[in-house]
Unconditional design. Structure first.
Length: 559
């Protein structure tokens, strides 16, 4: 009676979707078929063999791999006798899981063969131990390789080098003239003039009008501004632009990572890897503006009776001047004042019935019964805003011209003193110590030839002390120069305030409501409303207030 041929099935696997582009399964299949040639006692059941595409044998356990579970089930049913793989790591790469799979298949009577490694058997405990060590080493090497690759990419980002991928909106890829080890020319990021204009517009709308992702996307779409692919803008796309540090000139990676469910998750900003130094050629948005946008988008921490209320977010949508920016609260319970509407109906002389809907300030804590508030539920917007604007006017006009002149003169005097006395003195000291260090260097040569009364050791000690002194003086000079520049900048700011005060009302009135809200938020810390009075706490940051008004003119210019 002719002996039954052993049924052989193969398992082919590629680890990631990236490998699918090249698809090394044909390579595995060719190697296995070559291995089967001449083995007449084996029957290759190719039709029922197993293929796993885009499945990591390192990240996924056997229970998470459907194809492997089907293979194990078929083996338990006796559907085949031999499992052939190109290498045993095609079965898996987990040091604990994979040896157990092989041991289980062996116990089922399945012969385990690899083209590269031959037959795997489990005759005794030493085989078990050898297999565990082999897969433990393979897993370790995989982890090491992964860590080496990650560390290399991290170092490149820290050094400000582009590590590949598509160009963020606002940039394009060009050839760098540098080549990798394989001779492939590397690409580099450069600004795209047209897209950079749109990025600037997006940041202006966020920073100076207080627009969120949805409103910015709507604005861009209404003005027929398309994405790079010619699509309409979405809030998620806008948010990506507003969060990416590349626009302030810093390359970044690790903004996302693989979550437990296999889907990408957004990492916290302190987990990002960011280039150490700013790359000036990549900067589209001034760093201060980028940081300001992050603060605005993170919002204010509203509190009701001391507890954070995360349901209330910063917005400029409300028709009321002070709501939505976290500026105004109830003086009795501390709850934010929000927007509500009062509708009144009346009949005109011609019989037409009309409804008038007017916005009002409302204590959110009392309205929602979250607090025991002794104040009013509703406040007139005319009363609050007229008092508020009057106080703003007093505040700005309180920067009297003669006081500003005194501040300018005082700053000029400080600059003259620092530049003429302190800075010149430090520079003289630096020059003197540098010359003394040169003398010591010359003395070293004499000491080595025996022509000096100083030993090399003593000279070395003296030079080290002198170098420390020089470094300390250089640091003082840097600090003094920074202080001088700060004084000069302050004079410029005061001059700007001087020229701004006479016309500030007209400039402010020309802003639309969202722009007024953002401008006000620069100089107001808190507005607290009581039944009979309104308290206003100022930030005294009139420069940011002026800048917020002036920069709004740029929005229309960019768009």
């Amino acid at each position: 009676m002719e002996e039954r041929r052993k049924i052989v099935r193969t398992l082919y696997r590629v680890s990631t979707n990236k490998q699918l582009d090249k698809d090394d399964i044909p390579v595995q299949r060719f190697a296995c078929k070559e291995f089967l040639k001449g083995k007449e006692e084996w029957y290759y059941d190719e039709e029922n063999s197993y293929i796993e595409k885009g499945v990591s044998g390192f990240k996924k356990s056997s229970k998470e791999r459907n194809v492997l579970q089907t293979l194990m089930n078929d083996a338990s049913n006796g559907d085949f006798d031999i499992l052939l793989v190109y290498m045993f790591d095609r079965i898996g790469r987990q040091e604990y899981d994979t040896p157990f799979i092989l041991k289980t298949l062996d116990n089922m009577g399945i012969e385990l063969w690899s083209v590269e490694e031959g037959r795997q058997s489990f005759k005794d405990h030493s085989d078990d131990l050898i297999n565990f060590i082999r897969f433990w080493q393979a897993s370790g090497e995989s982890k090491k390789t992964s860590l080496r690759v990650k560390e290399s990419l991290k170092q490149k980002i820290l050094d400000g080098k582009f590590t590949g991928g598509s160009a963020p909106y606002g940039y394009k890829l060009v050839k760098s003239g540098e080549f990798n080890k394989k001779g492939k020319e590397l690409m580099m990021l450069v600004r795209s003039h047209e897209e950079a204009k749109i990025v600037t517009l997006i940041y202006l709308l966020s920073n100076k009008k207080g627009y969120g992702g949805n409103r910015i996307a709507k604005y861009l779409n209404e003005n027929d501004i398309k994405t790079r692919n010619g699509n309409s803008w979405r809030a998620t796309t806008v948010d990506y632009v507003l969060r990416n540090p590349v626009y302030k000139g810093y390359l970044v990676s690790s903004r996302t990572s693989a979550g437990n469910n296999g889907k990408a998750k957004t990492n916290k900003s302190n987990e990002w890897i960011q280039s150490r130094e700013k790359i000036e050629e990549l900067e589209i948005i001034d760093e201060d503006i980028w940081e300001e946008v992050q603060k605005q988008r993170n919002g204010r921490n509203y509190k009701v009776n001391g507890d954070k209320n995360t349901d209330l977010t910063v917005t400029t949508k409300s028709p009321l001047l002070l709501t939505g920016m976290g500026l105004i609260s109830c003086g009795y319970c501390g709850s934010p004042l929000t927007t509500t509407y009062n509708t009144k109906s009346y009949t005109r002389k011609n019989g037409e019935k009309v409804k008038r809907r007017s916005p009002k300030y409302r204590c959110s804590g009392k309205a929602h019964k979250m607090t025991k508030c002794a104040g009013q539920t509703i406040y007139s917007h005319n009363r609050i805003e007229s008092v508020f604007l009057n106080e703003i006017s007093k505040f700005i006009e309180g920067f009297r011209e003669e006081d500003l002149e005194k501040r300018i003169k005082s700053s000029v005097n400080r600059i003259e003193k620092k530049s003429d006395v302190e800075l010149k003195n430090q520079k003289r000291k630096l020059s003197k110590n540098q010359k003394e260090l040169e003398v010591l260097h010359d003395e070293v040569v004499k000491s080595l030839t025996g022509d000096s009364s100083f030993t090399p050791e003593l000279l070395n000690e003296l030079m080290e002390k002198k170098e420390i002194t020089i470094k300390e003086i250089e640091n003082k000079i840097v600090i003094l120069e920074k202080d001088l520049q700060k004084e000069k900048d302050e004079i410029g700011q005061i001059e700007k305030i001087k020229s701004f005060i006479p016309d500030w009302k007209n400039e402010f009135e020309n802003l639309d409501l969202p722009e007024k809200k953002v401008a006000i938020s620069k100089i107001i810390k808190q507005v607290t409303v009581y039944r009979e009075e309104i308290n206003i706490e100022f930030n005294f940051n009139i420069k940011e207030f002026i800048d917020s008004i002036n920069i709004n003119k740029k929005v229309d210019q960019v768009s």
